[in-house]
Ligand binder design. Structure first.
Ligand code: ATP
Length: 341
C-alpha cells in the first residue's frame, strides 16, 4: 500500500487536483495498485488557519508517506516548497519539456529533461547589505552537491529512451571557482559513464540553443539559478506551461508538482490545464516503479503518457492549448482512455 501525501494548493490547485485524483483512481483500479491518498494542509489556507504555510503536522504526514503530489501554491509557495526541498534534501529538480500532439511549441521533436541542482548556488539565502548602498549574495558550490547532481543526470540519460547525451550548462569562463568546480565534477562523472555523449555549454549559449535547436537536447544538467530560468524557457518552447510537470527528488523522499504557479488569473473558471499535475503524477509512478521495482507502477506511468497523447490527438484540450474543453472534460477523457488501455 503506497501512502501518497497530497497538497491541493491554491488558485487553480484544487481544480487540477480533483482532475488528477480521478485519473489516479482510474489507474490504480485498472492496474491493481494499492494507494492511499492523504490530504495535507499547506499553502495560503494553512497560513490563514495556523499562521504557518507548512504546519508541523503536515510535514510529519509528508515524512511518513512514500511520495508527495503537490499542486501549485499561491503567495506562500516559497515557504512550502523551498523549505521542503531543504529539510527533505530533495537535491534534484527534474523538469521534462516535451512536445505533445496539438501543442503549439516551436518544434515537434522536443523531448528534453533539465536536471537542476536544487540545494545551493546563489539561492542559498546568504544575502547581505554592505552599508546602505550595496548588497552582496554568496554563490555556494560544493563538490558533494555537484557530484551527486551530475551522477543523477548521467544515470537518467542511461535509463531513458533518449539521445543518450548530457550537456553540462554553466558559466565557468567567468565564474572560475564556483562554476569551474561544477564543470570539473561533471567531467569527472562523465568519464565514468562512457556510453553517454558529454558536452558543455555556457548558459547564454544554452538559452539561445533552446530556441534555435531545442530538439537536439536530451539531458541538461545545471546549477540552481540557471536551471530555474532555462526550465521555464524550455517549457514555453515545448508549448505550454500548463503541460510542464516537475519532480524534486532526494535519496529518500520525492515531491511531484507542476512547474507553473497557481495561475490566479484563471482560477475557478474550470479551464486550467490539468495535464501538468497529471504528468507529475506520471513521474511519481515512474519513481515508485524504480524505487520499489514495481512493474505495475511502471505500467501506470506509461499509461499516463499514452492516454494523454491519445486524448490530445483527438483535439480534447483546454484553451491554453487552443482547445475548448474544460479541466474536468480533459480528465474524464483520460479516464476513458485508461479504462480502454
Ligand atoms: P508564480 O509567480 O507563482 O509563478 P505567475 O502568475 O507568475 O505565478 P503562473 O501561475 O505560472 O505564473 O502563470 C503564468 C501564466 O500561465 C498565467 O497566464 C496562467 O494563467 C498560465 N498558466 C499557468 N498554469 C496553467 C495551467 N495549468 N493551465 C492553463 N494556464 C496556465
Amino acid at each position: 500500500m503506497y501512502r501518497i501525501a497530497f497538497i491541493e494548493g491554491d488558485g487553480i490547485g484544487p481544480e487540477i487536483s480533483r482532475a488528477t485524483r480521478v485519473v489516479l483512481d482510474a489507474l490504480n483500479a485498472r492496474l491493481g495498485i494499492k494507494m492511499r491518498i492523504i490530504d495535507v494542509e499547506a499553502g495560503d489556507s494553512a497560513l490563514a488557519r495556523y499562521g504557518r504555510a507548512l504546519p508541523e503536522h503536515s510535514l510529519d504526514t509528508i515524512r511518513g508517506s512514500d511520495a508527495c503530489i503537490k499542486a501549485p501554491i499561491g503567495e506562500s509557495a516559497a515557504d512550502v516548497i523551498v523549505y521542503l526541498r531543504r529539510v527533505l534534501d530533495l537535491y534534484a529538480n527534474v523538469r521534462p519539456a516535451k512536445a505533445y500532439p496539438g501543442m503549439r511549441g516551436l518544434r515537434d521533436g522536443i523531448d528534453l529533461i533539465i536536471v537542476r541542482e536544487n540545494t545551493e548556488d546563489i539561492y542559498s539565502g546568504l544575502e547581505y547589505d554592505i552599508g546602505s548602498d550595496a548588497s552582496i549574495a554568496i554563490k555556494v558550490t560544493t563538490k558533494r552537491a555537484c557530484m551527486r547532481i551530475a551522477e543523477y543526470a548521467f544515470k537518467l540519460a542511461e535509463a531513458r529512451d533518449g539521445k543518450r547525451s548530457v550537456v553540462a550548462v554553466h558559466k565557468a569562463n567567468l565564474l572560475r571557482r564556483t562554476d569551474g568546480l561544477f564543470a570539473r565534477c561533471c567531467r569527472e562523472v562523465a568519464s565514468r559513464h562512457q556510453s553517454i555523449r558529454f558536452s558543455e555549454m555556457y548558459v547564454d549559449a544554452c538559452a539561445m540553443n533552446l530556441i534555435r535547436n531545442p530538439e537536439a537536447f536530451d539531458v541538461i544538467v545545471t546549477m540552481n539559478m540557471y536551471g530555474d530560468i532555462l526550465s521555464d524557457e524550455a517549457a514555453q518552447v515545448a508549448g505550454s506551461l500548463g503541460m510542464a510537470p516537475s519532480a524534486n527528488i532526494g535519496d529518500t523522499y520525492a515531491i511531484f508538482e507542476p512547474a507553473h504557479g497557481s495561475a490566479p488569473d484563471i482560477a475557478g473558471k474550470g479551464i486550467a490545464n490539468p495535464l501538468s499535475l497529471i504528468l507529475s503524477a506520471g513521474m511519481m509512478y515512474e519513481w515508485l516503479a524504480s524505487k520499489h521495482n514495481d512493474a505495475r507502477c511502471a505500467e501506470a506511468s506509461k499509461l499516463v503518457e499514452v492516454s494523454i497523447r491519445s486524448v490530445l490527438s483527438k483535439g480534447i484540450a483546454t484553451p491554453d492549448l487552443g482547445g475548448r474543453s474544460s479541466t474536468e472534460e480533459v480528465a474524464d477523457a483520460i479516464v476513458e482512455e485508461i479504462k480502454r488501455g
